[in-house]
Ligand binder design. Structure first.
Ligand code: HPA
Length: 276
C-alpha cells in the first residue's frame, strides 16, 4: 500500500486529522464557510483582504501537491465580518481533479476537511465551457443542478443521499438578490482532461445542460452528504467545443478568469456576510 492509499483508506478519519491540523495551525477552532477556488478564480480572493493564515495544502494530512496551472495549492484562513457576527472562512486555492487519475478521495478531501473543520456552507467555483449559446465569456452562472457524465461518486456503500436541493435554493436566492443579472444553469461533469468534442457538446445540450467542466460535482456530493449547504458558481471562460468553431485551450480559460477576477471577488465579498 502506498502512503497516499493508506491516507485514504479511512477518508473521513484523514479529513478529521486534516481539520485538526488546520485548527492547530490557524488557532481557529471552528471555521464557518469554505471556498474552493477553481481555474481562473484565484485572483478573486484578493477581494477578501489579507488572510490570517496561509500554508501549502500538501503540508496538511491528505492533500496532494497541485499539478494544474492556475491552481496554487494553498490553504488560507480569513476572519471576515458577517451580517450576524464574525465569519471564519477557509479558502482552498485550487483543487485535485478526477482526471488526475488518483481516485475520488483526493478530489473531495478538501471539502470533507472543511466540513470536519466546522464549515456549514461550501462555495465551489470553477471555470467552464458555455454550452448555452446565450452565455458570454466572462459571465458567472449559478449552478442550479448537475448531470454527472462521469457517473463516478465519492460515496461508497449504501449511502443513499438525496440530491434534490444539492445546490441550495436558499443560497441561490441570496446571491441573486446581490446581483439580479445572474443566471442559473445545469452543469455537466466531464472527466477530461481532453475537452469535449462538438458532438458531445450537442449531446449535452440535448440532455438539458448549460455548462460543462471537469470538477465541482464530486465535491458538491461529498460535502452535501456530510450536511453542508452548497453554492456552485461557474465562470464561463470559453464557448464549449463546436459552438463558435474556435479551438479550446487552457490559456484562454486562465485569461478569462483573470479578466473577471475583480467582478467575481466583489460578488463573493458581497454575499459571504449574508450566508450564515
Ligand atoms: N470544457 C470542460 N471544462 C472546461 C471548459 C470546457 O469547455 N472550459 C473550462 N473548463
Amino acid at each position: 500500500m502506498t502512503s497516499s492509499e493508506a491516507l485514504y483508506k479511512d477518508p473521513l478519519g484523514t479529513a478529521q486529522k486534516a481539520a485538526d491540523e488546520i485548527g492547530e495551525r490557524t488557532g481557529v477552532a471552528k471555521h464557518d464557510i469554505a471556498l474552493v477556488m477553481g481555474s481562473g478564480w484565484v485572483g478573486a480572493v484578493d477581494a477578501l483582504g489579507n488572510p490570517s493564515y496561509e500554508c501549502d495544502a500538501h503540508e496538511i494530512a491528505g492533500f496532494l501537491p497541485p499539478t494544474v496551472e492556475g491552481h496554487s495549492g494553498k490553504v488560507r484562513s480569513y476572519a471576515l465580518d458577517g451580517d450576524t457576527g464574525p465569519i471564519r472562512a477557509l479558502v482552498f486555492l485550487g483543487r485535485t481533479h478526477y482526471y488526475e487519475g488518483k481516485g475520488m478521495e483526493p478530489v473531495v478531501h478538501s471539502v470533507r476537511t472543511a466540513v470536519k473543520a466546522g464549515c456549514k456552507v461550501v462555495i465551489l467555483t470553477n471555470a467552464c465551457g458555455g454550452i448555452n449559446t446565450a452565455y458570454k465569456v466572462g459571465q458567472p452562472v449559478l449552478i442550479r443542478d448537475h448531470i454527472s457524465l462521469t457517473a463516478a461518486s465519492p460515496l461508497i456503500g449504501a449511502d443513499f443521499v438525496d440530491l434534490t436541493d444539492l445546490y441550495s435554493k436558499r443560497i441561490r436566492a441570496i446571491v441573486k438578490a446581490e446581483d439580479d443579472s445572474l443566471q442559473e444553469g445545469v452543469y455537466v461533469h466531464w472527466r477530461g482532461p481532453a475537452y469535449e468534442t462538438p458532438a458531445e457538446i450537442l449531446m449535452m445540450r440535448t440532455l438539458g445542460a448549460d455548462l460543462v467542466g471537469m470538477s465541482t460535482v464530486p465535491e458538491a456530493i461529498a460535502a452535501h452528504a456530510l450536511g453542508a449547504e452548497i453554492l456552485g458558481i461557474s465562470l464561463v471562460t470559453n464557448a464549449a467545443a463546436g459552438v463558435t468553431g474556435e479551438k479550446l485551450n487552457h490559456e484562454e480559460v486562465i485569461a478569462a478568469g483573470k479578466a473577471a477576477a475583480s467582478r467575481m471577488g466583489a460578488l463573493l465579498k458581497g454575499v459571504i456576510p449574508k450566508l450564515l
